[in-house]
Design a protein. Structure first.
Length: 326
């Protein structure tokens, strides 16, 4: 009886959903349809993020019914954390001590919407190759591998749902083709209806809610107010955001500049040196994340990114400070 009900449920899902996936012409066609499906379809599921020996499960609900695109993520393991996104705006609800810190983010790429809407940029940086069909979470998926054209980014492998195009799994690979990080659905279902009751955070009345770590949201930095330049970047990377904010434990504000090639992202942190505080210098690697720190003209520079070591080093050495008029 249970099996018959499950069969009927899957059959009804097939009737109510209009496929957005056709037979692929090439690898880029598969990825383009995967990019569109992530934004256009309505779905709910649980995906698992794996990095090294660490793993976290995240519940995702996403809808797009014409009134806009909405998504909610809830971390199911460890400390509770939620992300609510509307369009390109995202709010992160992060409980800390007796407060819940609400951080505003813009342009954040969240699984399965990891691919840019326009693939032209990454076409200059990666080569795409079709692979076989494989089963992921009980569904047939087309495998596509993106290999970098230089040594300034990692390779990626994508599993796109054969019927609807949605990304079911993504893996970041090192030079030997071994996975550094992996994200994939363990549960997935298609949604119907327009009930939006799920699009609200779980509020804890015992805690106070504040915007930003110090109650003040980060400030946008005007290009004319910058006292530094970042030049000679690796091919394909461009600046996508820049903010200045106070960080807990820091005496002076920290400037963060975010770069991306459409898939790989890098954050550059710049702060004035403080007397008596020992600066960080050198390279550190944590999982797939490379961190490179150096001191330049009275400033601490730290570059963080899920990219090879050579890339974070090049970004750090690409910073130059403008001479101040006397």
């Amino acid at each position: 009886m249970l099996l018959s009900r499950l069969f009927l449920l899957f059959a009804l899902c097939g009737l109510f959903l209009s496929p957005v996936y056709a037979a692929p012409e090439d690898a880029w066609t598969v990825l383009q349809k995967a990019s569109e499906a992530a934004h256009e379809l309505s779905y709910k599921g649980v995906f698992v993020y794996q990095s090294g020996n660490a793993a976290k499960s995240v519940q995702l609900t996403h809808t797009n019914y014409g009134q806009g695109e909405y998504a909610r993520m809830m971390v199911l393991d460890g400390s509770p954390r939620e992300v609510l996104a509307q369009g390109s705006d995202a709010s992160i609800y992060n409980p800390k001590n007796e407060k819940v810190i609400i951080e505003k983010k813009r342009g954040q790429s969240m699984f399965p919407a990891l691919l840019p809407v326009n693939l032209d940029g990454i076409k200059h940086c990666y080569q795409a190759q079709l692979g076989p069909y494989e089963r992921v979470g009980g569904r047939e998926a087309q495998v596509v591998t993106l290999s970098p054209k230089d040594h300034m980014r990692y390779s990626f492998r994508f599993w796109a749902d054969k019927e609807y195009g949605l990304l079911l799994k993504v893996s970041m690979l090192n030079d030997q083709g071994l996975p550094l990080e992996q994200i994939g659905f363990s549960q997935l279902a298609w949604m119907e209806g327009q009930n939006m009751d799920w699009f609200r955070p779980k509020l804890d009345p015992s805690k106070s809610y504040v915007m930003g770590a110090d109650g003040v949201p980060p400030a946008k930095v005007d290009a004319n107010d910058m006292d530094f330049d970042v030049t000679e970047l690796p091919q394909g990377y461009r600046k996508i955001d820049q903010v200045k904010q106070m960080v807990p434990g820091k005496q002076l504000p920290v400037t963060q500049v975010i770069f991306s090639d459409g898939l790989s992202s890098i954050s550059l942190f710049i702060e004035p040196l403080v007397k008596g505080v020992r600066p960080r210098v050198g390279h550190t690697i944590v999982g797939a994340t490379n961190i490179y720190a150096l001191v330049s003209e009275g400033h601490q520079l730290i570059v963080v990114g899920e990219v090879p070591e050579a890339t974070v080093m090049q970004f750090a050495n690409a910073v130059s400070f403008k001479s101040k008029a006397k």
